[in-house]
Design a protein around this ligand. Structure first.
Ligand code: SF4
Length: 221
């Protein structure tokens, strides 16, 4: 298979080139989870293909660097499912599974959110973060979709962005259950999908249409 065809067959963003026939591949590490089995696979690929190493990205992903073009197909095959990046992945903190401040199980919530998001097809890139408490270690307030755990349930955030035009997300709902939270996010994303311009991120969308329009679409339709 040609390199172009191989890259086209991978999920968007899974394989990147810095030019000169050198590529990198993003391993699949859902919610920052890297099991011993995955570490072994990644480590064996790094050693066998003499890669310079891996990089842990700011969004809890593991990127294998320095892959030569002639090795790309073999690396993809060796990585198997570990190399299968999903379309919309979720950043999450450990929440009450391992943090003393955690009010909710952000890992379980993040897994449910990720499964839900990957049933959708959105107009632009979507970043999301699920935090177990208001310290917001998963950066929920500057994500397109954010969730923050409180004793009473989840705060649902929409329209945040941490890029060069930083925007703090608006609060769509407070103290809702996990199930309600997903429904609210689904309705907000439906409205966004129906009305956003191509490649318009949620932050710019909310600025253009106004947060009240999003709120009405979620609660008054
Ligand atoms: S957001 Fe809260 S629960 Fe999550 S890691 Fe940070 S302090 Fe702990």
């Amino acid at each position: 298979m040609s390199t172009d065809k191989l890259i086209a067959s991978l999920p968007a963003g899974a394989c990147r080139s810095r030019g000169e026939g050198i590529y990198s591949i993003m391993a699949r590490t859902p919610l920052g989870d890297v099991s011993a089995e995955k570490l072994n696979i990644i480590n064996s690929v790094v050693q066998d293909f003499h890669l310079p190493g891996v990089r842990v990205t700011g969004r809890q992903r593991v990127q294998l660097l320095g892959i030569k073009e002639e090795d790309l197909q073999a690396v993809v095959e060796r990585l198997g499912q570990v190399g299968e990046v999903c379309k919309y992945f979720v950043q999450a903190c450990v929440g009450n599974t391992a943090c003393r401040f955690g009010m909710q199980n952000s890992l379980a919530m993040g897994a449910d959110l990720e499964a839900f998001l990957n049933t959708t097809n959105l107009p632009a890139k979507l970043k999301s973060g699920v935090s177990g408490c208001s310290m917001s270690c998963a950066e929920s307030y500057v994500r397109d979709v954010g969730m923050v755990g409180k004793k009473s349930g989840w705060t649902i955030l929409f329209g945040g962005n941490a890029g060069k035009q930083v925007r703090k997300a608006d609060v769509l709902a407070e103290s809702v259950s996990a199930e309600e939270g997903l429904k609210i996010i689904g309705k907000a994303l439906d409205f966004y999908s129906e009305n956003a311009k191509k490649k318009e991120r949620t932050a710019r969308f909310v600025e253009r249409v106004g947060f009240e329009a999003v709120r009405k679409a979620v609660f008054d339709r």
